[in-house]
Design a protein around this ligand. Structure first.
Ligand code: F6P
Length: 322
């Protein structure tokens, strides 16, 4: 393979730049030409391409966001959009594509591979960590650390005022971020979509904490837990507990910032693995890391199979939060 493309699509994640850098430099070391596609699938459809050399990706490793920029592209879901994307790739002489993103990105990549007959390899880049076929996605570790920084600060003010805080973290459909942040941030309760939320039981448990002498309490809520998120839960549970309460939604702050060392390393490894997969004529797969192994998973499985979340952590939390 002589010429490959790389794009980032969907929600940006810290470490995407490190991954693009790795794809570019590994591609060049295999004497491939590497083309950066700007603005994800939207840019692909519109032919926004830039040649990338080793110097074009210098000093991007440490930056959050994605220098190629990203988009959520509805047109890519249509047969016309898909055709434009394939035409754009073939007329640029690109033979293989590395698509970095989450499940939306992989749906587009799978269509390019299956219906478009184009060679594509996916790399999991999303803070949500909700992708089957890899222990961690690029960006998750940084997002969790960012959220913990915030939680530590919220705890200071919660203790000063003796308040109950509901902190909403990202994770559209899954509770990976909430679980990690809740355990590492010393939360009293963690609410995630994978387990049923019983508001009366939650209120009783928070009251028990108060009776045990806690000055403040912190509940971490995954954004996808219930419709209305943390605010809806707080409005129902706050008065049941009888404690002054506040709600904080950490939102997009979790998507930004310099990637952690773990994310930079994972991104570098998976970028290299994607190039090596394309060079080996692998197609329609996502590269992931399970344990210390690089694993290829068919793109469809990355969203049709469910990645297990370790709910034993919730039991551990009950003990740690007494
Ligand atoms: O998938 C990553 C993610 O950050 C989710 O956690 C969140 O629900 C969503 O993207 C937000 O998307 P947008 O930036 O398009 O509002």
């Amino acid at each position: 393979m002589k010429k490959i493309g790389v794009l980032t699509s969907g929600g940006d994640a810290p470490g995407m730049n490190a991954c693009v850098r790795s794809v570019v430099r590994c591609g060049i070391s295999r004497e491939m030409e590497v083309i950066g596609i700007r603005h994800g699938y939207r840019g692909l459809i519109e032919g926004e391409m830039i040649p990338l050399g080793p110097r074009s990706v210098a000093h991007i490793l440490e930056h959050g966001g994605t220098f190629l920029e990203s988009s959520r592209c509805e047109e890519m879901k249509t047969p016309e959009g898909l055709k434009k994307a394939v035409d754009s790739l073939t007329s640029a002489g690109i033979e293989g594509l590395v698509a970095i993103g989450g499940d939306g990105t992989f749906r587009g990549a799978a269509a390019l591979s299956k219906e478009g007959g184009f060679k594509v390899v996916g790399v999991p880049g999303t803070i949500d960590n909700d992708v089957y076929g890899t222990d961690y996605t690029i960006g998750f570790d940084t997002a969790v650390n960012t959220a913990i920084d915030c939680i530590d600060k919220i705890r200071d003010t919660a203790e000063s005022h003796g308040r109950l805080f509901f902190v909403e973290v990202m994770g559209r459909n899954r509770g990976f971020i909430a679980l990690a942040v809740g355990i590492a941030g010393g939360a009293d309760e963690i609410l995630i979509p994978e387990t049923a939320t019983d508001l009366q039981a939650l209120a009783n448990s928070l009251k028990k904490h108060m009776a045990a002498g806690k000055r403040s309490s912190l509940v971490v809520v995954a954004e996808g837990d219930v419709p209305g998120g943390a605010q809806a839960i707080a409005d129902k549970v706050g008065w049941l507990v009888g404690m002054d309460y506040r709600v904080v939604s950490l939102g997009h702050v979790q998507r930004g910032g310099s990637p952690s060392a773990n994310d930079r390393i994972l991104a570098s490894e998976l970028g290299a693995a994607a190039v090596s997969a394309l060079a080996g004529r692998v197609n329609g797969c996502m590269v992931g890391k399970i344990g210390s192994d690089i694993v290829h998973t068919p793109l469809e499985e990355s969203w049709t199979e469910t990645k297990e979340l370790d709910t034993r952590m919730l039991k551990m939390l009950q003990i740690l939060a007494i």
